[in-house]
Ligand binder design. Structure first.
Ligand code: FES
Length: 170
């Protein structure tokens, strides 16, 4: 199976910044944990151990509590939902620049609706509200790679390339 990075990316990763923005907006309140985890899962596609530890540190909560909440609710997932992930930002900036058409083209290409994994388990197609770098709108992530601005055609081409390259390496 291709490598899926499981570490919190560098601080300049827009996904981490979007999680930080969510925590800041919620004033780092411990009772905002579920909302923060939602934002984190949207951006990354799943909640890695490192991401949960990061949230615990930032919200000053016991790690055991954060892990307990993440495992209790069925809508949180602690593992990648496919060998690869493609997450399209549908936040306001991306949406007004055509994110809806990007999602539609990827859904048609992959044969799954956003929020689902392909039947062969190769790809999770997700959406997020804001991945943190609106200057790239409309943007998306392919595994840990941030791409944008994208058109429906360029998004499909990059996805195809990702799957082919990883196939060649595998
Ligand atoms: S709306 Fe901010 S990155 Fe898409």
């Amino acid at each position: 199976m291709p490598v899926q990075h499981d570490a919190v990316p560098p601080a300049d990763d827009p996904r981490l910044q979007s999680v930080e923005q969510a925590m800041k907006r919620l004033r780092y309140q411990p009772d905002a944990l579920i909302e923060v985890l939602n934002a984190a899962q949207e951006s990354y596609g799943y909640l890695s151990r490192e991401l949960l530890l990061h949230v615990a540190t930032r919200l000053r909560l016991p790690e055991s509590l954060v892990f307990g909440v993440a495992t209790f609710y069925h809508f949180f997932t602690l593992r990648p939902r496919g060998e690869h992930s493609c997450i399209v930002c549908t936040g306001t900036a991306c949406y007004v620049k055509g994110a809806g058409a990007v999602v539609n083209s990827l859904e048609a290409h992959c044969g799954v609706a956003a929020g689902q994994t392909t039947a062969d388990g190769r790809l999770f197609l997700g959406t997020a509200r804001c991945i943190g770098d609106c200057s790239l709108a409309p943007m998306l992530t392919l595994d840990d790679r941030v791409c944008g601005p994208e058109t429906p055609a360029s998004a499909v081409a990059k996805l195809q390339q990702l799957l082919e390259v990883r196939d060649d390496q595998g």
